[in-house]
Design a protein around this ligand. Sequence first.
Ligand SMILES: [Ca+2]
Length: 561
Amino acid sequence: MKKKLTAILALAAALAFNAQAAERPNIIFIMSDDHTAQAVGAYATLLKDLNPTPTIDTLAKEGITFDNAFNGNAICTPSRASIITGLYNHKNGVFDLGGRIKPADQTLPLAMRKAGYQTAMIGKWHLKEEPNYDYYKVLPGQGKYFNTEFRVQGDKPWPKNVVTHKGQHSSDAITDSTLEWFRTKRDKTKPFFISHHYKAPHDYFENAERYQSYLKDVTIPEPATLYDTPKTWGSIATRGHNDELTPHIGTSIGSRNPRRSYAVDLFNRFPEEFPADYDPAKFSEVETTRLAYQAYLKKYLRCVKGVDDNLKRLFDYLKAEGLYDNTLIVYTGDQGFWLGEKDFQDKRWAYDESQRMPFIVRYPKSIPAGVRSDAIIENVDYPAMLLDFAGAEIPAGMQGKSFRSICETGKEPEGWKKAAYYRYWMHMAHHDNPGEMAIRTKTHKLIYFYGCDYKGQNQTPPAWELYDLRKDKAELNNVYDDPKYAKVRDRLKKRFAKLRKSIGDDGSHYPECEKVVQEFWDYDEADRKKAIQISHDFKKTREDMLANVAKKKAKGKGGKK
Ligand SMILES: [Ca+2]
């Protein structure tokens, strides 16, 4: 009798578990590389009329759109590392593009599997180690736009099993791969968690041939600061003393930065986007800027269009299979990106264009349609939110917090965070951005450009910038030294120091760098004076370097003859 009762109880428990499992959402986390909010229809202002993303916009109309979603470090590998671990970079060890996350530390897919989810990772990965998902098919490193190679599971050890999608664009190949997983690999007895990651629209922006005519005859609207930024913007850190570092800080669209610009690089890659007689050395800076901007935006938006059309394919499949409404769908980019504002390229800056991420969630069973939230959420919070929806246990060590209730009610729970933390470590690498950290609230942004590398070297002039986002959304008026803001500034600085400590960015990781951080923290008169000298010195170092490069180039050319 007792045995029989136990069996009945076990059966009842199993049925209850299955019922609960049936109610748990499937989850698709879609992330494009460098797809910035300015180029998502649901967020766009300048590019709105171009209607760049009709498919993604339907997610926004039918779900919740976050206006204040931020990453803690605006480059690929660090952002992805925070999403998979729920930790800030100083905690997960991925300070820059050289970082990696070991399989045992890939917390998000591990917790999903533990909760009974079937897991799959398809597309751009960039965390170097083998993905700890039930199934994976991932690009090596940045991957290729065409003839895309994927690392897959197989007889040989990671990363030696490779398949190639010959003749296909990566966005098509990645979507095909996810659809193939659905058709042949999905275990219908379990809910699924899929990370579906596009390589597009990362630079340099190679679109599928069928998009080459898209926007061909359109003049893309230009941002107000493409040709000129007001004098009120920036500081000695971002402009140099009396603007002497303007050519050297931040890579450019036009020919402003002699080391790296789209005026030169995009023309070399995509000459068909430029007039036949184009020559960056002979055209004025205004002309190179205008032409490079048009070429840039067209290539970028063609890649975006390829992502959006492929998502329509994916969603059509989900609809046909009855999965569209019981799947939680997230759309995001791994950080923001500059689309010509302030004549900048790339990402990395603590300014909103790159710190902000598009973040949209659709799940009609519990998320009301058409809601916008200005709650501050950070990429470290994403895994906790996903696990919360899955009914999974959120690992205690995660720094991020679930915002499931914000998704479902549009309201912030009591005590929800009021500020986002930012830290970019790769001082002056690739795109000439100084080492910097920032605190972002709903109303203000305080950025500290401490301006050195891990060893406290290669110093650029340190400075602080404060923006009042209530009046100055575009961050063009630095009020750090405005006496009217002295109180706000000092309060925010104290809060910033406290926030650093509370999340564990305590200076212990790179003590020589921290020494510089501390030296210029109060930014007194002596610090300001020293910053001017650093500006002069950096200008000289930089000009010497450029002269050397030019000399080598000339010698190389002579040698070839
Ligand atoms: Ca990226």
